[in-house]
Design a protein around this ligand. Structure first.
Ligand SMILES: *[C@@H]1O[C@H](CO)[C@@H](O)[C@H](O)[C@H]1NC(C)=O
Ligand SMILES: *[C@@H]1O[C@H](CO)[C@@H](O)[C@H](O)[C@H]1NC(C)=O
Ligand SMILES: *[C@@H]1O[C@H](CO)[C@@H](O)[C@H](O)[C@H]1NC(C)=O
Ligand SMILES: *[C@@H]1O[C@H](CO)[C@@H](O)[C@H](O)[C@H]1NC(C)=O
Ligand SMILES: *[C@@H]1O[C@H](CO)[C@@H](O)[C@H](O)[C@H]1NC(C)=O
Length: 425
């Protein structure tokens, strides 16, 4: 039945195409006055677009109608920062758009009559650093024309290798949005951080290749860093992982690896990275030695790696009646925990808010009235969640932390805001 209807409609369309003069629209819209139908080339020379067109409702412009045997294709523009624009091309394979110049009766705007202007491109404001390992080429050697070609391949790879549908969310189409930082690194821009993450995931999980280059996209070291690679940023990035405290921090600060400069070769840079990584690992004194066993078909190897402690912002503590609540947020897959120690509590628990060991090993206890301490925990939900004590009495100093669920990681303690609460009798 459905098929019959479709066939009937098709027949009707074919009949219509043959039985009306070409200049008559099949369904001329109310209030829109059409001129003579334009061929694709007439349309192109009339609008003379540089690339893509920005279409807005207007009182004079162009009217499009689908179902032509020849005419135009109209697709979303794929140039970075032009998602709202359309690219026109010649169409001759049926299902084409026919086009007429139009004006609107009475002069108001009409959504069927579009003014067309050259598309205005947005340069996004989230920079990302893209590091490339290329075969026999040097980013710093490329002139504008080379970079244009390079950009074209970069965008093509985003679609082909990473399966990104709206590549218009990424800049880097031409030299204008590619800023070369070093012979193996450039900066370009995207809509927001989530889109950096998408390419980062792609670069680590699939073969993301273009122009004889393989790629990695850096967020921690590179994101928002337009200058050259700098050691302080690398250190900050490492410190945020909480593996260095006190003496270890000093030792790590004093690691003597070569400096990376504009003229460093790829091999030299790799050496510097290895040196820094080695140094970071060999000076670390916190949360090290989490043992992961990997099994391969022939051998079992034991490698020592470190599980990351999540970063958490200072949790908010609040007294609600005789309870203390903590608002804490950690990525899913972690355990969140808050521990408090009572003024004048038993000495056994005196270090629960200062020693990571005591904090993470003291038995869970909700602190019910007059407890020497409390230790409350939950599995993280990935967004802000509330931990609540039982009724308390007295003054408690508290801290919170989070660690990968199911591990014995001793993750660092984070001061709450405020750091203590008093609950009267
Ligand atoms: C687009 O820009 C070109 C070159 O600047 C110009 O000649 C043309 O008229 C513009 N087209 C429209 C529709 O504004
Ligand atoms: C790296 O640069 C810093 C500051 O420019 C300098 O103090 C240090 O000696 C350099 N290190 C090496 C190994 O060249
Ligand atoms: C890249 O090219 C620049 C400019 O020609 C040159 O100074 C630099 O040494 C080259 N770097 C590499 C790694 O070939
Ligand atoms: C608490 O820490 C201090 C200083 O490290 C130590 O002297 C004391 O014995 C610890 N108390 C307990 C109960 O472990
Ligand atoms: C976290 O979830 C696991 C599995 O559902 C559960 O056994 C465990 O008790 C939870 N941990 C906390 C602190 O609620």
């Amino acid at each position: 039945m459905r098929q019959q209807t479709t066939t009937a409609l098709l027949l009707l369309a074919v009949l219509a195409a043959f039985s009306y003069p070409a200049a008559i629209a099949q369904s001329p819209p109310d209030g829109v006055v059409l001129g003579t139908e334009l061929t694709a080339s007439e349309f192109f020379s009339a609008v003379n677009l540089v690339e893509c067109g920005d279409l807005t409702d207007s009182n004079s412009g162009y009217y499009f109608e689908s179902g032509g045997a020849t005419g135009l294709n109209r697709e979303r523009c794929d140039i970075g920062g032009t998602c709202q624009c359309r690219r026109f091309s010649e169409c001759s394979d049926g299902d084409c758009l026919r086009v007429w110049p139009c004006t609107v009766e009475g002069g108001g705007t009409n959504k069927n009559c579009k003014a067309i202007a050259n598309c205005t491109q947005n340069i996004f404001d989230t920079p990302m650093r893209v590091e490339v390992a290329c075969d026999r080429q040097n980013m710093t050697d490329k002139n504008d024309a080379d970079l244009d070609l390079f950009g074209e391949k970069w965008k093509q790879a985003l679609a082909d290798d990473c399966g990104i549908g709206r590549v218009c969310r990424y800049n880097g189409d031409t030299h204008e949005t590619i800023q070369v930082l070093a012979y193996d690194a450039f900066v370009t821009y995207t809509l927001n951080d989530a889109h950096v993450d998408d390419i980062q995931a792609c670069a680590t999980s699939t073969l993301f290749r273009f122009n004889r280059c393989t790629t990695s996209v850096r967020s921690c070291i590179g994101r928002n860093i337009l200058g050259d690679f700098d050691m302080d940023t690398f250190r900050t990035c490492i410190y945020r992982r909480h593996h260095h405290e006190g003496m270890a921090e000093t030792l790590f600060d004093n690691c003597d690896c070569a400096n990376i400069t504009e003229s460093s070769t790829f091999a030299e840079i790799q050496d510097v990275y290895s040196c820094m990584e080695f140094c970071a690992a060999s000076t670390a004194n916190l949360n090290c030695d989490y043992v992961v066993t990997t099994t391969t078909t022939t051998t079992t190897t034991t490698t020592t790696t470190t599980l990351e402690c999540p970063d958490i912002d200072s949790p908010e503590a609040q007294v609600v009646y005789e309870f203390v609540t903590f608002s804490i947020a950690a990525p899913e897959g972690n355990e969140v925990r808050c521990v408090g120690y009572a003024d004048g509590g038993l000495a056994t628990y005196e270090n629960v808010t200062t020693s990571m060991e005591d904090f993470w090993t003291v038995p869970l206890f909700d602190g019910s009235t007059g407890g020497d301490y409390f230790s409350i925990a939950d599995n993280s939900t990935g967004s802000a969640q509330i931990l609540v004590t039982d009724s308390l009495l007295g003054t408690y100093t508290h801290v919170c932390s989070a660690r990968p669920a199911g591990t014995e990681q001793l993750c660092p303690l984070v001061a709450t805001n405020p750091t203590s609460s008093s609950i009267g009798p």
